[in-house]
Design a protein around this ligand. Structure first.
Ligand code: NAD
Length: 500
């Protein structure tokens, strides 16, 4: 445990203070009297030191056989597993989500470690027949160099693991800037790399703000790729920073995910799914169910039963195993959510429960917001269109499958969606016609697994995917190789080949 401790940056295999000499406080959002620790308030010079280390380490790391790199990742995954409870408890303390969910977050990193360790023995390329005699051709993957990672606070270890493991197994080196609110989880990750004997400079962590650490990192010419997860606003800045140097840029951004409930759905299942999707992680998931679109024939019943259940959610400190929903991550996040509750009311949506901060006793020391349900939400309302990232969900009526699908699609984002129906034809139609990166049938909009590609369309992403074997596409580049063993000059597309 970590009370009143000063935590350092991890650069070139050493724990070092920022050259700024300054630190910032990280406090528990469920009880802001608790100081989690002091973290380095780093600047451009620290970023430079980390990039120098990563650049130097790359020369050797890229030549370590990929299966060996994989074996090291396997050890890291084992160590994460051994330390799972400690990491998860600290994550709940620094981020607020309930302990069951932080265990899930850590488990996702473990799963990703084992998965990517296996990729050390795959990373398949292709061989294809040549048009010429006595010529061999194949494609191979090559690493890229220093990869920069800028990560959000809502999945403090899972998201860094989605980036770091595939980057390393492909032979790249890493500089990560964790979210300002959740550096401790990434620091534990670094401790494990260190204990497992990762060579100095292969992974580096620099803590601090977006402007003083993120910006110099994404603007540095020695960085070959920036992998970013966060808001679409900052993602756009990352993309612009990468453009002048043609840096690769992987963006995973916001969502406004919808669950469609058809008239033939198992209603209890759909209600449970929407509750978990909307209020799990206090609604602070990129895949959160912030819209529920319900067929008119079951709308009234759905709203009544859903609201009753939302009212009963137990709110509190996530370390208490019986608590179902923790606080917002910060005061400013809480204020944003409270503001959206007012916006919904002003727009004329019907608020059934919630609408404010949870106060009284210990709650006064945390950033707790009530589970809030709006119905009669229309497509023109901001609460239908904008990402809220908190304990608010909106219910909208639809009168057919086609209407429901149109409503699911009618937002700028395209991360996740789901349909509840017992009709296989409706399920497949929705699967085909909803334009998102992730789609569920009879399950909520949250709950992705690491072996399939993760990411979204439209304002959610720029076409790349994390996780699964698709992650290798992000962290390696293809090289096409031709070997002519004919002993003569053969000209592709020009020489005629005669069949003898
Ligand atoms: P954010 O965009 O505010 O911050 C993300 C990261 O960018 C942080 O590390 C932050 O310090 C850094 N940053 C901020 N300003 C920067 C700048 N000017 N230059 C460089 N870096 C900068 O997002 P957040 O509040 O941490 O996370 C919430 C957002 O993340 C939501 O929009 C959510 O949907 C999104 N998210 C998306 C996914 C996904 O996979 N699609 C997953 C999780 C979260």
């Amino acid at each position: 445990m970590a009370d009143d401790k000063v935590y350092k940056n991890y650069i070139n295999g050493e724990w070092v203070d920022s050259v700024s000499g300054a630190t910032y406080e990280n406090r528990n959002p469920a009880d802001n009297r608790e100081l989690i620790g002091l973290f380095q308030k780093s600047n451009a010079e620290d970023v430079n030191n980390a990039i120098v280390a990563a650049d130097e380490a790359y020369k050797k790391w890229r030549l370590v056989p990929a299966p060996k790199r994989g074996e090291l990742l396997f050890k890291v995954a084992q160590k994460l597993d051994e330390k799972k409870e400690m990491i998860s408890q600290d994550m709940t303390r620094e981020m607020g989500k309930i302990i069951k969910e932080t265990r899930g977050d850590t488990q996702e990193a473990i799963d990703m470690g084992y998965y990517m360790a296996g990729e050390g023995r795959r990373q398949f390329g292709e061989t294809t027949p040549s048009e010429m005699r006595n010529k061999f051709q194949m494609s191979i993957r090559q690493p890229m160099g220093v990869c920069a990672m800028i990560t959000p606070w809502n999945f403090p270890i899972a998201i860094p693991s989605w980036k770091i493991f595939p980057a390393l197994v492909c032979g790249n080196t890493v500089v990560i800037k964790p979210a300002t609110y959740t550096p401790l989880s990434v620091l534990h990750f670094m401790e494990i790399f260190d204990e497992c004997g990762i060579p100095p400079g292969v992974v580096n962590m620099v803590t601090g703000s977006g402007s003083s650490v993120g910006e110099p990192l994404m603007n540095d010419k020695r960085v070959r790729l920036v992998s970013f997860t966060g808001s679409s606003e900052v993602g756009s800045l990352v993309s612009q920073a990468c453009a002048p140097d043609f840096k690769h840029c992987m963006l995973e951004m916001g969502g406004k995910n919808g669950q469609l409930v058809m008239d033939d759905a198992k209603l209890e299942l759909a209600i449970e799914g929407a509750l978990w999707g909307a209020f799990g992680t206090t609604g602070q998931r990129c895949t959160a169910t912030s819209r529920v679109i319900v067929h008119k024939d079951v709308y009234k019943e759905f709203v009544e039963r859903f609201v009753e259940r939302a009212k009963a959610i137990k709110i509190g400190n996530g370390l208490d195993e019986s608590v179902e929903m923790g606080p917002a991550v910060s005061e400013s996040q809480m204020n944003t959510v409270l503001e959206y509750m007012q916006i919904g009311k002003k727009e004329g949506a019907k608020m059934h429960c919630g609408g404010g901060r949870v106060t009284g006793g210990d709650y006064d020391h945390g950033w707790f917001t009530e589970p809030t349900v709006f119905s009669d939400v229309t497509e023109d309302m901001r609460i239908f269109q904008e990402e809220i990232f908190g304990s608010v969900t909106s219910i909208t009526v639809c009168d057919s499958l086609e209407d429901g699908i149109n409503k699911l699609n009618n937002v700028v984002y395209g991360l996740s969606a789901s349909v509840y129906t017992q009709d296989v034809n409706k399920a497949f139609t929705a699967m085909r016609d909803v334009y998102t990166g992730i789609f569920y049938v009879n399950a909520p909009t949250i709950g992705a697994e690491i072996s399939l590609p993760f990411g979204g369309t439209k304002a959610t992403g720029n076409g790349h995917r994390e996780a699964g074997k698709q992650a290798l596409e992000v962290f390696s580049e293809w090289k096409a190789v031709y070997i002519d063993f004919s002993g003569a000059l053969q000209k592709a597309q020009i020489d005629e080949f005669e069949i003898e």
